[in-house]
Design a protein around this ligand. Sequence first.
Ligand code: PHE
Length: 350
Amino acid sequence: MPDPGKAFTQKLTDLVPEFERALDQVSSLKDLEDLRVKYLGRKGLLAAKLASLPTLPPKDRPLAGKTANQIKSELQGLFLKRRSSLEGARADATLARFDPAMPGRTPNLGSLHPVTLVTEEICSVFRGLGFEIVTGPEVETDFYNFEALNIPPEHPARDMQDTLFITDSVVLRTHTSSLQIRTMQKRKPPVAAVAPGKVYRRDSDLTHTPMFHQIEGFLVDRDASMAELRGTLTSFLQQTFGPDTKVRFRPSFFPFTEPSAEVDISCMMCKGKGTVKGKTCRVCKQTGWVEILGCGMIDPEVFKAVGYDPDAYSGFAFGLGVERVAMLKYGIGDLRMFFENDVRFLRQFA
Ligand code: PHE
């Protein structure tokens, strides 16, 4: 007569070596999970065998139940052991693929455009000298771009700047001098401001682009003088091009300043000598000087246009090209570099 209790526990105990063999065959976590479901799942082999427990004679049940619990935890222990060894193998495989000698992936850092860099640098020098920063529209009326600056219609001075027209009386501003007018209209003296921005001229060749950048500066007070203009510009130019930079003023003409001057600085390439290693300096063409900006004492006609009393106030103004400053400062030979957006060029300013 077979012993139903013994038969029951034997069937359960047989599961252990069977499960062990199956675990040995498994090579992935996915297969392992399938195997766990097959043996330990709610409808798995273990559960199927346990289902006959209630049919055992009552005296056999306590031992059978205890054995069942032992087998179950033994199977679970085997499963967990196999799982951690498979996980370890996977981590090892990942590590084996990791090569610490490979060059890293460097993120591409953006950088400011040289025109932006130079604009910010110049503005910060003038901020240090007590000037405020102002900006205004690039599409400008004839009044702000010309008339208020003592350039009447039909005046030959209009030929100095080849203009792009939107309509007969609306233009793309040809210079940032329009900001002199806009700022003076809004403010009472004393006022000192610099105005950076884009300007447009009908011009395109090796040394001219239809759009470029200027910085305008001006100061109006009770008795602003040419000496102050000279001192201000000398300080600015020496801060920008180096403390040994020499500055000279040449008489010139602008409709909105009187007297007017053009300012040269000693050539930063040849240090004013005119030659580099016995050869003609390509930057100053052997003169030792390079032209850097235009300036002058604000013309009384300009004060009249904005409603300032020309007998009570005087002032000075200056304007410079940002690309030109950047070319001289960084030794850039070709104006077009600024607008081609070649990253090999731009990256050098990062
Ligand atoms: N606006 C002039 C130009 O674009 C420069 C300038 C500004 C000259 C202020 C004198 C005073 O050429």
